[in-house]
Design a binder for this molecule. Structure first.
Ligand code: SF4
Ligand code: SF4
Length: 244
């Protein structure tokens, strides 16, 4: 799975390697990067944005999200729908209007992160790469840091933890090559991972835990916590598509 607004590419960073980068208002390039990008919305990105904006999922989906099949994996890929002239709908003259809730791709830049499940069910394995975009003056700033400091500065930890959970579905060991979901499966994907208001009644229905192999305590906890509900949706869909 790739966390990036521009695919993979660029030189791989060694774990403790330091790099120079800073982004701040006042740079001549400020805001110019919030346009003409493919801005993926992973399930946790969408959840954070939805809670911050106080919108029903269906309204956020209809108003600000576009959907296509990922050309490589085949999974439905949700992205922020850019407005006129290719500009992100959340950018203002003062910067990002949803900065505290910006998605993973905006946080991780100027890096990209590729992650895969660890061997034998161990911790996921990740690599980081430099994403040097022409015109980005951040690379010319004197501030020096390493990947761990960048992850902390950008508040990436909860995003990466939730994104790692999605590996159970996106990189399920029973998946063979590119997936091809029919209309009903695509609807289930959107409901279980994004439109949690649509998934909740199923999770709350009598016999859900027994039927799909989840213990009752987990189902109850998920009904009280949106992030847990999203994770339950990931695991439910993995079971439906690939079996246990
Ligand atoms: S420094 Fe780079 S990331 Fe920051 S505003 Fe400029 S172009 Fe965007
Ligand atoms: S979400 Fe915010 S940081 Fe990301 S592209 Fe849009 S305005 Fe820029």
């Amino acid at each position: 799975m790739i966390e990036s607004g521009g695919g993979l590419g660029g030189r791989r960073l060694a774990p403790q390697e330091r790099f120079r980068f800073a982004c701040r208002p006042g740079l001549a390039c400020f805001n110019t990067c919030c346009r003409d990008k493919r801005l993926p919305l992973l399930p946790y990105d969408f959840l954070r944005l939805r809670l911050a904006l106080g919108l029903p999922a269906a309204r956020l989906l209809a108003g600000h999200v576009e959907l296509e099949a990922d050309p490589v994996s085949g999974w439905p890929a949700l992205r922020i729908r850019l407005g006129d002239r290719g500009v992100c709908p959340f950018v203002t003259d003062a910067g990002c209007s949803v900065y505290a809730h910006r998605p993973t791709c905006c946080r991780v830049y100027p890096l990209a992160r590729a992650v895969r499940p660890g061997p034998g069910g161990g911790p996921p394995q990740e690599i980081f790469l430099r994403q040097e975009t022409p015109g980005c003056l951040g690379w010319e700033q004197p501030d020096e840091l390493d990947v761990a400091a960048w992850v902390e500065q950008q508040g990436l930890a909860p995003y990466q933890k939730a994104n790692n959970h999605c590996l159970r579905l996106f990189l399920h060991p029973a998946r063979r090559g590119k997936v091809s979901l029919d209309q009903a499966q695509t609807h289930a994907f959107i409901s279980a991972l994004y439109n949690l208001e649509a998934f909740r009644p199923l999770a709350a229905s009598p016999g859900f835990g027994e039927k799909f192999g989840f213990d009752q305590a987990r189902v109850r906890a998920a009904l009280d916590d949106e992030e847990e509900l999203m994770k339950l949706g990931v695991d439910w869909l993995a079971g439906v598509l690939f079996g246990k």
